[in-house]
Design a protein around this ligand. Structure first.
Ligand SMILES: Nc1ncnc2c1ncn2[C@@H]1O[C@H](COP(=O)(O)OP(=O)(O)OP(=O)(O)O)[C@@H](O)[C@H]1O
Ligand SMILES: [Mg+2]
Length: 241
């Protein structure tokens, strides 16, 4: 059986991951703060939005207006795509955490997935981004509950939304962890780590395909650039390691 692939559209990346993401699966983009996770995620959505694959962006950490203005200063006009129904930027209600705090895991997950489903159906979205996943994880103090929650959220998204989903997770600075909760990487079908490396006395942005289930992908480190108006540009021919 041939798997259906979704092109990330990130310049230079698809050949490094066997052609693209597997349709309907979930992928993790991990990295320390400022490594380019948001730009990566938007790049993925905009590529689809401009090619008849609408996308939903769940904005978690930032105000809607700031986000749209930031993207505009980067050379990306989100509003045109939103008006066209090719993109939807959904924000989490500010009282979300308060409202769900003491509720059972299934109730919280249901409420998130249901509101996403409305948007996904409204614009017939094929792609979904959750950036970052951490603030959705309520009751963080309990490791077992937290992992159960992340697991339940990700499986529920795959089952009920059918989108090809990209989640981002912030790796605590200076650690060797792959994600914030230590469970996202097991649930995801693929993990791409964004990082900064010292090369000859200066810092270079680099990307590492840490895991890509059922796809050929070399465990190598590639330099990339952040280019305004374009997004991420990976130099697959210039391996660093
Ligand atoms: N107009 C621009 N031109 C070049 N580089 C830019 C531009 N705007 C942002 N950047 C670079 O992109 C990086 C930020 O990327 P991004 O916001 O995607 O990081 P992030 O991993 O999502 O960070 P966080 O964890 O804080 O959310 C910045 O560190 C900045 O150097
Ligand atoms: Mg970000």
């Amino acid at each position: 059986m041939k798997v259906e692939l979704v092109k990330t559209g990130i310049e230079g990346l698809d050949p490094l991951i066997g052609g693209g993401f597997i349709k309907g699966r979930t992928y993790l983009v991990a990295g320390e703060t400022g490594t380019g996770k948001t730009i990566f995620a938007l790049n993925y959505l905009l590529h689809g939005a401009m090619r008849g694959e609408p996308g939903v962006y769940l904005l978690v950490d930032e105000e809607y207006d700031n986000f749209v203005a930031g993207a505009r200063s980067f050379g990306w006009d989100l509003e045109i795509l939103i008006k066209r129904g090719a993109l939807s930027v959904v924000t989490l209600l500010p009282d979300f955490v308060e409202r769900v705090k003491s509720k059972p895991v299934e109730t919280i997950v249901n409420s998130i997935v249901e509101s996403l489903r409305e948007e996904v159906e409204r614009i017939d979205a094929q792609r979904l981004v959750i950036d970052p996943i951490a603030p959705l994880v309520v009751g963080e103090e309990d490791v077992v509950r937290m992992r159960e929650y992340v697991r339940s959220l990700l499986t529920s998204i795959e089952r009920r939304l059918g989108t090809t989903t990209l989640i981002t997770s912030e790796v605590p600075t200076g650690t060797l962890k792959l994600s914030r909760f230590g469970v996202e990487e097991f649930l995801a079908s693929g993990v791409i780590v964004l990082t900064l490396r010292r090369v000859g006395g200066r810092f270079v942005r680099a990307l590492w395909v840490r895991k890509m289930r059922w796809r050929p992908a070399e465990p190598a480190l590639y330099p990339f650039e952040i280019v305004p108006g374009k997004g991420i540009v990976v130099h697959g021919d210039k391996r660093l390691a």
